[in-house]
Design a protein around this ligand. Structure first.
Ligand SMILES: [Zn+2]
Ligand SMILES: [Zn+2]
Length: 162
């Protein structure tokens, strides 16, 4: 009988939805992806299909049938894709990964949790971390351009598999 589990309004939490945040803070500065060259499209396609990080050489191997011959072709395309915010470079792996939220060009702070067992990468953004790092930079007169955080460890499914 006491089956209604929706007893919000029970406690005096005053977070009523009168905030009117709506959803109109669209990041419309880049919703349409930049116009890509053929090589950029192919490289981005390889990274998207991979669903995880790839080195430039792996990308080159995958794209040989598409006419890629030299690492420089891959690097040039990657450089642009990184610039567009569609691809991120993972320094600790010397590899590249497709952005998991490419429609959002706000990449001030990027964080990646990298599983050392299966190689999966989860990209996340955390406002509290961003705020703290910006605070430190401000207090120390450091002109912060961007932040990349790489966490190394074991993902949930690999821990479960042990
Ligand atoms: Zn991203
Ligand atoms: Zn894993």
């Amino acid at each position: 009988m006491a089956e209604h589990s929706h007893d919000h309004a029970a406690s005096g939490h005053d977070d009523a939805p009168d905030h009117d945040h709506g959803h109109d803070h669209t990041h419309d500065h880049g919703s349409a992806p930049a116009k890509l060259t053929r090589n950029q499209t192919l490289v981005y396609g390889a990274l998207s299909r991979a669903g995880g990080p790839l080195t430039a050489y792996t990308i080159l191997d995958q794209l040989r049938d598409d006419g890629f011959r030299a690492p420089l072709q891959v690097y040039r395309a990657l450089e642009k894709l990184v610039e567009f915010g569609m691809v991120h470079r993972l320094e600790s792996l010397n590899a590249f990964v497709a952005c998991s939220h490419p429609q959002c060009v706000d990449h001030e702070t990027m964080a990646f949790a990298i599983c050392e067992a299966c190689g999966s990468v989860s990209e996340f953004a955390d406002a509290a971390i961003t705020r703290q790092l910006k605070g430190w930079a401000g207090n120390n007169g450091f002109a912060l351009a961007k932040t990349t955080i790489e966490l190394r460890g074991t993902c949930r499914s690999c821990q479960a598999a042990v």
